[in-house]
Design a protein around this ligand. Sequence first.
Ligand code: DHB
Length: 376
Amino acid sequence: MINNELRIGFVGFGEAGYHIAKGLRGRIRAGVLEQGTVNTLIKSGVGERLQQQGLVHHGIELSFSGRRHRINMHELTGGRAITVYGQTEVVKDLIKARLDANAALYFEVTDTSIHDFETHDPRILFRHNGQPHEIHCHFIAGCDGFHGICRPAIIGRLQVFERTYPFGWLGILAESTPPSEELIYCHHERGFALFSMRTPNITRLYIQCAPDDHIANWSDNRIWEELSTRLHAGGDLELKEGPILQKGITPMRSFVVEPMHWGKLFLAGDAAHIVPPTGAKGMNLAVADVRVLSRALATYYQSGQTELLDAYSATCLRRVWRAEYFSWWMTSLLHQFPDATPFHEKLQLAELEYVIHSRAAATALAESYSGLPFDI
Ligand code: DHB
């Protein structure tokens, strides 16, 4: 028999939610939303600020061998665009919607653990303000990020696919006009750089660095100089310096577990997979997982059918592996690998030339970057 009362226990919002709720300055996060992600957020009733403040982009630029080339995503994909809107803003909108609905939401919980998710009575235990809490639910959605507790609870049942990269990204958020209206991805002999933005006055910039590098090694001056060199600033582009609001170093890895579901526990987003950030896919994959899960749960509560829940992992993993491939490809194309030979460097440049000269190759990049349709 189906109990029509919806009972889903969410372990989630992760570190980002905590930092926002506390007004803390967390790690800097991604900011590129695919069209499908934007549509999902709007349909879910959390798209108002996104539609007012998001910056819609129809193309990106690739910079290599001292020249820049525009990939016209909009034209190559029959009208798709991406929207620049920070992940922290998305999380703020989700928290507000939850609070406006007077729905339960606990921050700063401790001693969290999940139990009995192989039975019909899964439970989530935690402490809040020192008091023990127990949530009985039908399903547990494990949306608690890469360092959360849900994946470790079933790790013995899972197959892990993993690759770490021999570099990291140093990212800054700065109060200055972005050098270009569109994102610029730079291949440079000193290493990759990315020029992005959050608003017309706030720029978001990244440089490839060593994976074990320390932020203390990077004075503001050194960061601006390195960015300027990798952008070839001074030609038709100007890199305006401004106060650096945040800076941090992020390691790079590819990681997937299979399956993404065990018993009544469903993993979603970074709890199940990580992509290197070069393809801007991390947050988009998380939204796509949750979309698949919410439809499967809605079908179950409406009709008692479990087919979509049973297919959850396989459905999500098709998109996840596509995104893993694309993110690996963009990363391999644009970064300097410490063990690369001159042969490898020539291959990178040959591939970049192909992408800008072949409409087919540019279309492949544009399609993956702007996002696969949601029925895939
Ligand atoms: C941003 C981050 C990315 O990883 C990326 O590929 C593009 C943009 C950003 O933070 O703006």
